[in-house]
Design a protein around this ligand. Structure first.
Ligand code: BGP
Length: 461
């Protein structure tokens, strides 16, 4: 792959920003219909109205000085029935979005699928069904054919590991253990089809997976806890990247599947597909680290924790999430571990030797809009700065870093916690239930990032 110029950017997803959930031919996705534990938090019907305000948003983000913008394209706007007819209104919308990004001197980095599976496909069994592989391949071929001229950086499936391990919270339903790992296998084969199609249809294009990866620590030096971390590293991290990058199910993961009674349906033709189609780079989402111990008989998962990203991981006989007493947490119970990013990047580099683009990294926080329309988010500046320093150290230690696209470009609807868990460089004025005027206000972190990019680009010129 040609040596890439480092891309300072930012990231967002369609369902968490666009709204217009049923406009211009879009069909419902699982995100539109999934039951939400807390009815009071904002839903995705309007989100932050990016579908109608994208020109203003893209211009404002370009003024921050970013050189790349990661967006996702919803399957439900392109092929509303999941399979079959292409929705021309969807094609035209994203042609204009992409052109607007290019006209603002930024590079579009496009995620083909970010948690928002068409509900019509979920109704037929979703990723547990082998037919999903052909459906996804047909869908991405529509994207590559229509947008491949302008878009040269593609990401396949956002965080398949978190989507599967945190299915109830992200998808609104729980797989059985067997369903989860057949869905894993089908997702991974589908990803290989996307890599193959991208290389066929966009010869100068680059495509990569985009899992959420964080290196897992053992709670103590007890040998049982070391093994607990070994298994969770495999189940959470390496199972996905080993399949994407090496086309294999690694021995530790294989032993885990056997020990937990999983029988995968694998077809003979898969072998050739997985051994010939490889990613050009890795998109890596990193927020926090996890720490696990070996669960004692009778123990269960920690309760009262927020979600998959921290302590609420549990598997009888394998691992149990615990709080890492050496690390601070954010307002939403996510551990903050910038040094863990350096470790994670170097561990990934050791295993895969591929260029890495950080495609998500950020701090969800309660931001306040002051009387004079300021948002003083020094806490976010500190989080991002610490993680950027860690990334630069990993780079100095030999990791080929090609981009940093933090989450999120502008405030959006958190998967788990509505609008109040704000991530953006740009504040969007709405509450959980009160849309207000959705006005955009750059935060202190917007100006800080603008200045940082300018300094970093001067240094590297
Ligand atoms: C990642 C997703 C993003 C975003 C982020 C923050 O898993 O890829 O879509 O949701 O997590 O999580 P949350 O929104 O739960 O704070």
């Amino acid at each position: 792959m040609a040596k890439n110029k480092f891309l300072w950017g930012a990231s967002l997803s369609a369902h968490q920003t666009e709204g217009a959930w049923n406009e211009d031919g879009k069909s419902p996705s699982v995100q539109d219909v999934r039951p939400r534990a807390n009815k009071q938090i904002a839903d995705f019907t309007v989100a932050v109205d990016h579908y109608h305000r994208y020109r203003e948003d893209i211009k404002l983000l370009a003024e921050m000085g970013i050189k790349a913008l990661r967006i996702s394209i919803p399957w439900t706007r392109i092929i509303p029935d999941g399979v079959g007819e292409v929705n021309q209104a969807g094609i035209e919308h994203y042609q204009d979005v992409i052109q607007t990004i290019l006209d603002n001197h930024m590079i579009p980095v496009i995620t083909t699928y970010h948690f928002d599976l068409p509900e019509v496909l979920q109704k037929h069994g979703g990723w547990t069904k082998r037919a999903m592989i052909d459906a996804y391949e047909a869908y991405v071929r529509v994207l590559f054919t229509n947008f491949g001229e302008q878009v040269k950086h593609w990401l396949t499936i956002n965080e398949p590991n978190i989507m599967l391990l945190s299915d109830q919270k992200i998808l609104g339903f729980s797989y059985t253990h067997q369903e989860r790992y057949q869905a894993f296998y089908n997702l991974m084969i589908a990803e290989k089809q996307a890599i193959k199609a991208c290389h066929e249809l966009i010869p100068d294009g680059q495509i990569g997976p985009v899992p959420n990866i964080s290196y897992v620590y053992p709670a103590t030096s007890k040998p049982e806890d070391i093994r607990a971390a070994m298994y969770f590293n495999s189940v959470r991290n390496w199972a996905y990247l080993d399949f994407s990058v090496k086309g294999l199910i690694n021995p530790i993961f294989k032993s885990y599947l056997a020990a937990t009674g999983i029988n995968l349906t694998i077809l003979p033709e898969d072998r050739e597909l997985v051994s010939q189609n490889f990613p050009d780079f890795l998109g890596i989402n990193y927020y926090t680290s996890a720490t696990v111990e070996f669960p004692q008989v009778g123990q269960d998962r920690m309760n009262g924790v927020s979600d998959q990203q921290s302590e609420d991981v549990f598997e009888h006989g394998f691992y149990k999430g615990v709080t890492n007493k050496y690390l601070k947490k954010n307002d939403f119970n996510w551990t903050i571990d910038p040094l863990g990013l350096e470790t994670t990047l170097e561990m990934i580099n050791d295993r895969y030797h591929l260029p890495i683009m950080i495609t998500e990294n950020g701090l969800g926080a309660y931001d306040q809009l002051t009387e004079d329309q300021q948002i003083h988010d020094q806490y976010r500046i500190d989080y991002l700065n610490q993680h950027i320093q860690s990334m630069l150290k990993a780079k100095d230690n030999g990791v080929e870093m090609i981009g940093y696209l933090p989450w999120s470009a502008l405030d959006l609807i958190s998967v788990h916690e509505g609008i109040k868990k704000r991530y953006g460089f740009v504040y969007v004025d709405r509450d959980e239930q009160d849309l207000k005027d959705l006005k955009r206000y750059p935060k202190d972190s917007y100006y800080w990032y603008k200045n940082l990019i300018k300094k970093m680009e001067q240094k590297n010129e």
